[in-house]
Design a protein around this ligand. Structure first.
Ligand SMILES: Cc1ncc(C[n+]2csc(CCOP(=O)(O)OP(=O)(O)O)c2C)c(N)n1
Ligand code: SF4
Ligand SMILES: [Mg+2]
Length: 354
């Protein structure tokens, strides 16, 4: 029996990639694979990201959702925001399930059992799944180069089970597993796993990139580049979680910009053809990390020395991106030039009186 050639979609790249959130782009597709009616918290970054990425992919898309907020809050009985086929998979098997869907479509199309184009196959794994519990299965799918896009929607914690620390939780981040106290005043002691660069280094034949909900067009273009890439692609997206980060609900997109402007979430691409990083993305402003930290309750306990530690980390990221450090950021890495966050200062003042 003659095999049938697999027809793949090619999605156009949108103009003005770095225009930011408050920008109407008439090129945006009108399709809405992720519709209102979900049960996530107001301002939920992962949901905003889901809408953007599925909109970029369009209607010929299949979504895979390992366990996490985007499964639990979005698939209550008889109520789902997914307007395209969507399947839940166990948290550890994100990669193997997605690889199976991709392999099945390849085989069905070749055998003439599925008429039509190859669909966009997207896995949306939380950081707990992508960085910890399901890391091996995702690495397997990337290594074997199945034609799919694996997204880590990175809310920097296990949100669904009540805000526990993951290997993506930042240094100093307060979670139920990293509470600040007299022995460990900074809360989380470890810096986050360099997950996306780990994926690029280990699977250099894949398209790999980082993105943030603060830059929607850039994010949507990276989704399209990942889907257009023949083979496996990986995207790690900053998606703030209102419940765990503790911030004013309407500021999700702002946080998605400020985290990049503070050097804590470098935005880059790995080019699998040239086998090199593209570090050319530049935010409009460069700010000290304290401006990002003070917007969130999860960092309210930090002392001056911890803020300086984070600034040193951010300065290393800027250097990696090839940015010459402004003097203000070098100074900000010295604890003498930092002050305790409000909650930490208050706790210290109370401790003095007892
Ligand atoms: C093997 C296994 N371990 C633990 C759990 C419990 N669990 C369900 S959702 C979840 C959190 C997942 O975190 P993440 O992947 O970051 O997604 P988020 O909840 O942040 O959206 C955990 C630990 C599980 N379902 N299966
Ligand atoms: S806990 Fe966080 S990730 Fe989960 S639905 Fe709420 S805002 Fe979204
Ligand atoms: Mg998470």
């Amino acid at each position: 029996m003659a095999t049938i050639e697999v027809q793949r979609q090619v999605l156009p790249i949108l103009a003005n990639p770095n225009q930011g959130a408050r920008f109407y782009n008439p090129e945006l597709p009108s399709s809405e694979p992720f519709v209102p009616g979900h049960r996530t918290c107001a301002g939920c970054g992962p949901s905003i990201q889901y809408r953007m990425t599925s909109k970029a992919a369009g209607d010929n898309t299949i979504l895979v959702g390992p366990t996490g907020c985007m499964y639990v809050a979005n698939s209550s009985y008889l109520c789902t925001p997914y307007n395209v086929p969507w399947a839940h998979t166990q948290i550890g098997s994100a990669g193997s399930f997605t690889a199976g869907v991709a392999a099945a479509y390849e085989a069905m199309i070749r055998k003439g059992k599925w008429k039509g184009q190859y669909p966009n196959i997207i896995c949306e794994a939380g950081d707990g799944s992508a960085s910890d519990i399901g890391l091996a299965s995702i690495s397997g799918a990337l290594y074997r180069n199945h034609d799919c896009l694996i997204i880590c929607y990175d809310n920097e914690q296990y949100a669904n089970t009540g805000i526990q620390a993951s290997s993506r939780t930042p240094y100093g981040g307060m979670t139920t597993f990293s509470p600040p106290g007299p022995e460990v005043p900074e809360g989380k002691k470890l810096f986050p796993k360099d997950l996306a660069r780990m994926m690029a280094a280990g699977h250099p034949h894949c398209y790999v990139a980082t993105a943030s909900v603060g830059y929607p067009i850039d994010l949507m273009n990276k989704v399209r580049k990942g889907l257009n890439h023949r083979g496996a692609a990986y995207l790690m997206v900053y998606t703030p979680c209102q419940k765990g980060f503790v911030y004013e609900t309407p500021r999700s997109i702002d946080l998605g910009r400020v985290v990049v402007e503070c050097g804590l979430y470098p935005i880059w691409e790995w080019n699998p053809e040239k086998r090199e990083y593209d570090y050319s993305f530049r935010p409009q402003n460069i700010r000290p990390v304290s401006e990002y930290l003070k917007l969130q309750g999860r960092f309210g306990h930090l002392h001056a020395e911890h803020i300086a530690n984070m600034q040193r980390f951010a300065n290393e990221q800027w250097k990696m991106m090839g940015v010459e450090l402004p003097e203000a950021l070098i100074q900000a890495a010295d604890p003498k030039n930092q002050v305790n966050m409000a909650a930490a200062a208050e706790a210290e003042a109370i401790a003095e009186t007892v």
